[in-house]
Write a protein that binds this ligand. Sequence first.
Ligand SMILES: Nc1ncnc2c1ncn2[C@@H]1O[C@H](COP(=O)(O)OP(=O)(O)OP(=O)(O)O)[C@@H](O)[C@H]1O
Ligand SMILES: [Mg+2]
Length: 348
Amino acid sequence: MSLSVSAVDDLPSDAAQRPLVRAAGLVKEFRRVKRVSGRLGGLRTLFSRDYDVIRAVNDVSFDIHSGELVGYLGPNGAGKSTTIKMLTGILTPTAGAVSVADRDPSRERKANALNIGVVFGQRSQLWWDLPLRESFRAVRDLYGVPTMEGDRRQHELVKLLDMDEFLDAPVRQLSLGQRMRGDIAAAMLYQPRLLYLDEPTVGLDVVAKQRIREFIAHVNAERGTTVVLTTHDLEDVEQLCRRIVLIDHGRVLYDGALTELMARYAPYRDLVVTLASPADVAVNGAEQIGRDGPVVTLRFRSDRVKAPEIIGAVTAAHEVVDLSVAEPRLEAVIGRIYTQRGLPESPA
Ligand SMILES: Nc1ncnc2c1ncn2[C@@H]1O[C@H](COP(=O)(O)OP(=O)(O)OP(=O)(O)O)[C@@H](O)[C@H]1O
Ligand SMILES: [Mg+2]
């Protein structure tokens, strides 16, 4: 597969060292009408409105470097989409600063648009009544992609995302998974350096999700496209993201490696053993956390004791028919953080 040189390679070396995206003390407030009270008096109706101020993003800072693939996570209403809208220039921050490739996205929206591709999974950016092929044509024209180059990129994207079958269907007739692939391809046609994906797998079946994950991994690894990914599907995160930024109530709770989050908050493994006859199991270094007939689950600290030691102790004391060791799931850790609305004090 032929890949063109990305814009990142054309930059002077000091610019290549600087973060591609910089959010510094970002704040976004919205005013929401609390109460509208009216008074019918003579000819005129007088209204007064009360507003609540909602601080959707509250002092968020992070740097993202070229080539990174970052998961931007948080519960519903945490402020993820609002942050992404500030990074794209759709929204202007109430306070703080954003820069993308040394530009202020909301002041230089047009110049910024060439650098970024955006997909909002919940809302298509495509032309509803146009066939997908024509939508692609319109995007290519809008971004001034030369014809031959555009044909080549489109061909590659259609192949990667398997879109041949529905290229001539109007967007409104596409299934959700087809439309999402169309949206992602449209955002990549002009080869932006940076791709924001806000819930690109929402509502998709397992196969469609996997195809999109493979595509994201591909553009990041092969083309060096920087990706900021928002998702509630933690399998997306486990498969794709080395770094995550976790927010809640508009504040950053965690910014770092996914492996470190797991090592810090879930440094355990579960050993599931099936015994020849039902029994409780008591071995040093492990705790029995569940039993269902002959199937016993033991939890042990993987930073203190190794699985073979526990297995050895169990098989010495019981006749074991089957066993498996399970890693903790990201879902369990994230679930705890969301429930407690903060990072746990200690490991599970
Ligand atoms: N235009 C707006 N006017 C008023 N309030 C808004 C507006 N946009 C977002 N909000 C509020 O800001 C908060 C953050 O919303 P946001 O859409 O950024 O959350 P999110 O993290 O993307 O959540 P989800 O996972 O549900 O998509 C919410 O309380 C939301 O109601
Ligand atoms: Mg959102």
